[in-house]
Design a binder for this molecule. Structure first.
Ligand code: SF4
Length: 325
């Protein structure tokens, strides 16, 4: 928001872009912000090739599985195409030198400008005075003197500037990235997929947003719903054309979560998955606790029992990071 307002203060018309990936939070405030600033906003989504950079980023990961430098290059490549399509003259971003350790070191900003192809068409108004003059500054389109020299992680100066511009407290964004890839627990699930499940697909990544994930062996993972919404989502996901799940489990004689098996549904995998349904369900002692299994070509029932592993194993996200969920 600040970068846009700085440009508007110089009489420059701005078109806002919001980049969304399958890992970014759906409840962002960018539309409200654009309305408050009086700009159009266009949402750009990621394509399937985005997963390639999540799997193997050239510039590495942050604390989670966030390939921020590669991701920003990807975003700015798309922004560059948009810039040409709408006949705009340059791109601005709200990046601040040193604000985020993974992608906003001065050297990272240069890498992002260069590798996105934007070079000196990418202006960072909040830190511009610390960086080489960009083309719009050299050409006199932008008054460099009215740009800023913010750096580091402190937000105090930025918040002061936001207030000077008349932004209300509600309009000042939180420091959160809103990106699940930055969360260490979510990152473990991503790294599990990348390292163990070599033939992962988009469906596998989308499934990371739903349920508890348990690794049974190199080929098999079990996903267990945590609430009614997730149970419904798992049922829906199992029916998707590109689903890698091979079994959908639903308790029919007791209250409990739904579950999916990805990878081969061997007898051992089914027993383990049914054991997890038993563990998180309200199984009835002394009675058969029946789970229905739906596969592509058949449907059958089996009795869920607690198994040694299903009773104690931690989720992929919580391994080495705290108590069993
Ligand atoms: S936080 Fe997420 S969306 Fe933002 S640059 Fe990093 S990987 Fe990309």
């Amino acid at each position: 928001m600040l970068a846009i307002r700085i440009m508007q203060e110089q009489g420059i018309e701005v078109e806002a872009l919001n980049f969304k990936t399958m890992f970014t939070c759906c409840q962002d405030t960018s539309a409200q912000a654009a309305r408050a600033l009086g700009t159009n906003i266009t949402v750009i989504g990621q394509e399937d090739d985005y997963l390639d950079l999540v799997r193997e980023p050239q510039y590495g990961y942050g604390k989670g599985a966030n390939p921020c430098v590669d991701c920003r290059i990807y975003m700015f490549e798309r922004a560059y195409k948009f810039m040409e399509a709408v006949d705009a003259q340059f791109i601005i971003s709200g990046e601040v030198v040193g604000q985020r350790p993974m992608s906003q070191k001065r050297s990272d900003l240069n890498v992002i400008s260069t590798n996105s192809g934007l070079e000196d068409l990418l202006l960072r108004p909040l830190s511009a005075k610390l960086l080489q003059p960009t083309k719009p500054e050299r050409d006199g389109l932008v008054d460099r003197q009215r740009l800023y020299d913010f750096q580091g992680r402190s937000r105090k100066g930025l918040i002061r500037l936001a207030r000077d511009f008349g932004f209300t407290e509600a309009m000042i964004p939180t420091p959160s990235t809103g990106c699940a890839l930055t969360e260490p627990e979510f990152g473990k699930k991503v790294h599990d997929l990348i390292q163990i499940q070599i033939n992962d697909t988009r469906w596998d990544y989308e499934a990371l947003n739903v349920g508890r994930h348990f690794r049974f062996n190199e080929q098999v993972k079990v996903i267990v719903g945590r609430n009614h919404k997730e149970n419904t989502q798992l049922e829906y996901m199992h029916r998707m054309e590109d689903a890698t799940s091979t079994s959908f489990l639903e308790p029919i004689s007791f209250i409990g979560p739904n579950a999916l098996i990805t990878g081969p549904s061997t007898d051992a995998a089914l027993e383990y998955a049914a054991g997890l349904v038993y563990r998180y369900g309200r199984s009835v002692e002394g009675e058969d606790n029946i789970v229905q299994v739906v596969q592509a070509d058949q449907q059958f029932n089996l009795t869920a029992h607690p198994t040694e592993r299903s009773q104690v194993e931690q989720t992929i996200a919580s391994v080495n990071s705290g108590p069993v969920q």
